[in-house]
Design a protein around this ligand. Structure first.
Ligand code: FES
Length: 127
């Protein structure tokens, strides 16, 4: 079996939603101290729905694929669903990651949760 699924390779080669949202109202940035990878998520939230999301990831292929898939999973979703997103859901949507690459999907979960915390701080709303 190939080390990486076709979905991982697809999202690594053609990442969705790369970039910056200038008027984002929720931004989350996280890093992994061990590998040095950094992920930043920009969310545009309107009426409790993620209407747009973009990311910048300085990291490995699995981190890029995880960020890309995570943005696809949360786009158009209500915040209550976004709050429940786990790294496992991201990795399953990618048809799996090798065990030693699971931490890359954790970065995507953490970046999105950090963005939600930022949104809570900015608005006083509890997600
Ligand atoms: Fe660090 Fe993938 S090796 S996020």
């Amino acid at each position: 079996m190939a080390l990486y699924s076709e979905k991982v390779m697809d999202h690594f080669r053609n990442p969705r939603n790369v970039g910056v949202i200038e008027d984002a109202n929720a931004i989350g940035e996280v890093g992994n101290a061990k590998c040095g990878d950094i992920m930043k998520m920009y969310l545009k939230i309107e009426n409790d729905i993620v209407t747009d999301v973009k990311f910048e990831t300085f990291g490995c292929g699995s981190a890029i694929a995880s960020s890309s898939m995570a943005t696809e999973l949360i786009k158009g979703q209500p915040l209550s669903e976004v709050r429940k997103l786990t790294n496992r859901a991201v990795s399953e949507a990618l048809d799996g990651l090798p065990d030693y690459k699971m931490h890359c999907s954790v970065l995507a979960e953490e970046a999105i949760q950090a963005a939600l915390e930022d949104y809570e701080k900015r608005t006083g709303v509890t997600v």
